[in-house]
Design a protein around this ligand. Structure first.
Ligand code: IMP
Ligand code: MG
Length: 473
């Protein structure tokens, strides 16, 4: 019998079996979307995840929606039903009378009228959404909202399981030429809906360059209608790339002059119709200028010889450091804060962190002997603190915590000086190699067991001046 109970129970059976299977992740997510849509008698379903900057939602799996709809472009997370990202399940009976709808023209073409969305939560944090769509106006019953909320939780679990296996397989990591890589192990890598077939070798080359510099990109994410015959679209333009970090569409040009003229015409039309869209036509020579402008500086080969790939680019680091500084400023409001760093690795991080802290702070540095320049194998303080930390709130600022031995030694040394409190803020946490468990209050990024350089971190004294963090070969 086709009752709500039967449909829901069948769906849970299918979803839990799929989530627990060895299906490739993309297939798993598509299958969950299909089961969910059918159970709720919906026309379509999309499963989306937030990018690490939490600015937009990318579709990682779907059912019942057309290609044009799926490629409509990244959804602005703050504009499109933001309550879902606050953890609420939201029902929209009529998409067109709702101001939070971001792409009404696409919804119209797809003949979608109502929707319901639920947050995908992992470790207490919303990391994405599942949405179902209907052709008719529809209000949803509490039991249907509960169903979608539960499916969202199952998707969260399935993602965590997938992340775990990715983590375990991390050193088998092959060349992922897809549009998103792991940048942090607390985030899910985006899996594109279909493998990417680049239209031209220059596009693939450009994608590889973006990958090296860890600039996030989407290939042909959205088609813009350019002309209509009544309500039928007669001409569309699909830019090659979208760079969500800088909200920029990019059309990579070839050298054929006849094509450039045609593209320029389309681009002019696009700008007339969509004045808010930021788009650039790029030829190969322009790439490098663009990178320089946004801080992804193409460095000369000498400076970065041996750096295999970028882990965090300058923009990403700056964003993360700002957010750490904000937390520190909030937590130490009204207190007498002293930041202490160990030379030299911490210089870049300390410099950026302190400039973004909004409360008064003092700063001091220590230096310790390293095994390489010390005949005596025991660790020694070679430069002590200049200021007295007794009864002060001390925040130890570290570039990277690896085994935890250095930090453990220094923390014990500082505790003898009786500070009022002592906590740790580290930019990088290589937790896989921890031998001594030191409490880390603030962590910028958890990183895999790879040797990293740049942004102050060195290998034999070199690479500290790279403006990004990269993995050494
Ligand atoms: P620990 O005592 O093993 O935690 O090591 C911490 C120190 O080792 C850091 O302050 C760095 O100087 C150095 N270190 C550990 N891992 C790396 C790395 O991947 N790149 C550069 N330096 C590192
Ligand atoms: Mg250090």
């Amino acid at each position: 019998m086709d009752t709500v109970e039967n449909r829901f129970s069948l769906a849970f059976k299918q979803i839990t079996r799929t989530a627990n299977s060895i299906l490739p992740f993309r297939k798993m997510v598509n299958s969950i979307a299909a089961s969910t849509a059918k159970a709720l008698q919906a026309a379509g379903c999309a499963i989306m995840v937030l990018n690490p900057q939490r600015e937009h939602l990318d579709i990682i799996g779907a059912f019942g929606l057309s290609d044009v709809y799926l490629r409509k472009g990244a959804i602005n997370a703050r504009k499109s039903y933001p309550e879902i990202l606050d953890g609420k399940t939201v029902a929209v009976a009529d998409i067109f009378s709702d101001k939070r709808t971001q792409y009404p023209e696409y919804a119209a073409q797809e003949k979608l009228t109502s929707l319901m969305g639920a947050p995908i939560v992992q470790k207490g944090e919303v990391i994405g959404e599942i949405r179902i769509y209907n052709r008719e106006k529809r209000s949803f019953k509490p039991i249907e909202k509960d169903f979608l909320t539960t499916v969202a939780n199952l998707v969260g679990l399935a993602m965590e399981r997938n992340e775990l296996s990715q983590y375990l397989n991390a050193h088998h990591e092959t060349n992922i030429t897809q549009h998103k890589k792991l940048t942090s192990f607390s985030r899910l890598p985006l899996i594109p809906i279909r493998p990417i077939n680049f239209g031209h070798p220059s596009e693939e080359e450009f994608a590889r360059l973006l990958d090296f510099y860890q600039v996030e990109w989407l290939y042909e994410p959205r088609s813009f209608p350019l002309s209509w015959d009544n309500s039928r679209i007669t001409e569309m333009f699909t830019p090659d790339f979208y760079l969500p970090e800088i909200s920029l569409y990019i059309e990579v040009t070839t050298s054929r002059q006849s094509l450039i003229t045609e593209k320029n015409r389309k681009l002019r039309r696009l700008k007339e119709l969509y004045p808010d869209i930021n788009i650039k036509l790029l030829n190969k020579g322009d790439y490098l200028k663009l990178f320089a402008k946004y801080g992804f500086i193409p460095l000369d080969d000498n400076k970065m010889a041996g750096v295999q790939k970028m882990l965090f680019n300058r923009t990403q680091i700056q964003r993360r450091v700002k957010s750490l500084a904000k937390q520190v400023s909030r937590d130490y409001h009204g207190k007498d804060l002293i930041l202490i760093g160990i030379l030299k690795g911490v210089v870049c991080f300390m410099s950026d962190l302190m400039q973004n802290i909004s409360i008064p702070v003092s700063v001091d540095f220590m230096a310790i002997s390293t095994p390489a320049n010390n005949a005596d194998p025991s660790i020694k303080i070679t430069k002590d603190l200049d200021i007295d930390i007794k009864n002060k709130d001390v925040l130890m600022v570290e570039d990277i915590v690896d085994t935890g031995m250095t930090l453990n030694y220094v923390l014990n040394y500082l505790l003898d000086r009786k500070p009022a409190s002592l906590k740790v803020c580290t930019l990088l946490d290589k937790s896989a190699r921890r031998l001594i468990n030191v409490p880390l209050e603030y962590v910028g990024y958890e990183i895999p067991d790879k040797f990293v350089v740049g942004y102050g971190l060195d290998f034999s004294g070199k690479y500290r001046n790279l403006p990004f963090i990269g993995i050494l070969e």
